[in-house]
Design a binder for this molecule. Sequence first.
Ligand code: NAP
Length: 327
Amino acid sequence: MEFRRLGRSGLTISEIAYGNWLTHGGQVEEDAAHACVRAALDAGITTFDTADVYAGTRAETVLGAALAGQRRESIELFTKVYWPTGPGRNDRGLGRKHVIESCHASLRRLQTDYVDLYQAHRYDPSVPLEETMTAFADLVRSGKALYIGVSEWNAEQIAAGAALARELGIPFISNQPQYSMLWRVIEAEVVPTSEQEGLSQIVWSPLAQGILTGKYRPGEQPPADSRGGHPEAGQSMQRFMSDDLLGRVQQLRPIAEDLGLSMAQLALAWVLQNRNVAAAIIGATRPEQVQDNVAAAGVTLDADVLTRIDDVLGDVVQRDPSKTARG
Ligand SMILES: NC(=O)c1ccc[n+]([C@@H]2O[C@H](COP(=O)([O-])OP(=O)(O)OC[C@H]3O[C@@H](n4cnc5c(N)ncnc54)[C@H](OP(=O)(O)O)[C@@H]3O)[C@@H](O)[C@H]2O)c1
């Protein structure tokens, strides 16, 4: 495993991080979830990402149990707040009441006294940013969150958050966007602003939810044991399922083979070539996937390889910065 600093901070994280959206408490049974976490730890992954909302809060419970007994100082535990976790009007968003309550609930489920990084899962335009950042500052000062990050904020929102964080004297160090060979919307605005403000990206769906492993083929049904073949989990990957896109992804196979890499390793190495990316967060339904994916750490891709990839993918790549996800 290789490690990078997260933003302009003293926190070191593993280049490949493990996340449990859709898997723990959802698509996979508890035994398989524990086996994947074990494989992640064995492969040198130290960074684990979850959220209060995943699997209706069950994902944090599963991760907490899977990591129980690990030396707390040897892992970095990240969670998030924003999406609804209950029926109440204050069970959502970035108002002070929900931010503080949801953090306490996450700590209970994760069986820990603090998270290393607490992230705003989206921007909340309905709450004054000062209120949110002050709530985060109080969590930092009380030792419940060591660092603060955000997810899917645009460049303007990141700059505003950074200005308040400076005023409050709290470490605001990361953004968590979708980023892959196919989804490059952060490159034009979010990355330059983040570099200026001292934030790194911790990127989600670096495999485009499995598309970039090459297992989805044009004109064929998704494999039955894959996310794409799952009635609920597969919904969120429909945008990548056109025959044109899947056909182009198949043409990446010889590029990976020439380098002695699996397609998953090529895709993960690709996001890590961007020096503003501190980690690629992978999901996994089985330990073999974790073992395949971790080998992408430390791989360098030459400029001619990057050009070949761009030539193959052509205009299926999404680059429009306005596609940053909204709450
Ligand atoms: N901040 C946000 O808004 C946000 C949103 C989404 C995700 N995230 C974070 O990012 C993490 C990763 O997202 P993701 O799960 O979409 O990432 P991903 O790594 O792009 O996709 C993971 C899925 O691809 C398949 N896969 C992984 N490795 C494989 C391999 N080597 N060979 C074949 N198939 C493989 C597995 O699904 P199957 O086996 O089922 O096919 C796995 O669950 C999440 O867990 C979460 O922590 C954050």
